[in-house]
Ligand binder design. Structure first.
Ligand code: DGP
Length: 114
C-alpha cells in the first residue's frame, strides 16, 4: 500500500504542492510550525534516513537544492531558515517517507527543545 506522501506525490490526496519534478515533490505542511513550513520529499519511497543508499546521493542533494530555491521563492533566504530531517522514534519521525522540512519566516529559537 502506498504511503501517505506517495499518495500526495501521485496527487491521489490533496496537498498544497509548491513544486514538483520527476524526482521530488514539495508541499506545505498540514500543521505548520512557522509562517513557512514546506516538506520536500523524494517521489520514490525511502522510509527513513537509515534507508538512503549510495545511489540516492544525487536525489538527496536535489532535495537540498530545491529547498534552497523554495527559500528564495518564499522570501526567507536572507533572514534564514531551518532544514530538518527526523529519523525514527527518537528523532520524532511521524511519517515514514523521508522528508526535508523547510521552516522559516520568523526567528525559530533554539534548535532542540527537550
Ligand atoms: P515528521 O515528524 O518529521 O515525520 O513530520 C511529519 C510532518 O508531516 C508533520 O509536520 C505533519 C505533516 N503531515 C502529516 N500528515 C500530512 C498530510 O496529510 N498532509 C500534509 N501536507 N502534511 C502532513
Amino acid at each position: 500500500m502506498a504511503s501517505l506522501f506517495e499518495k500526495i506525490v501521485a496527487r491521489e490526496l490533496p496537498a498544497d504542492i509548491v513544486f514538483q519534478d520527476d524526482r521530488v515533490t514539495a508541499f506545505r505542511d498540514i500543521h505548520p510550525r512557522a509562517p513557512v513550513h514546506i516538506l520536500i520529499v523524494p517521489n520514490k519511497l525511502i522510509e527513513t534516513a537509515n534507508d538512503i543508499v549510495d545511489e540516492d546521493e544525487s536525489l538527496i542533494g536535489h532535495l537540498f537544492t530545491v529547498a534552497r530555491d523554495l527559500a528564495r521563492q518564499e522570501g526567507i533566504a536572507a533572514n534564514g531558515y531551518r532544514l530538518i530531517i527526523n529519523c525514527n522514534e527518537h528523532g520524532g519521525q511521524e511519517v515514514y517517507h523521508l522528508h526535508l522540512h523547510l521552516v522559516g519566516g520568523a526567528p525559530l529559537g533554539p534548535m532542540l527543545c527537550r
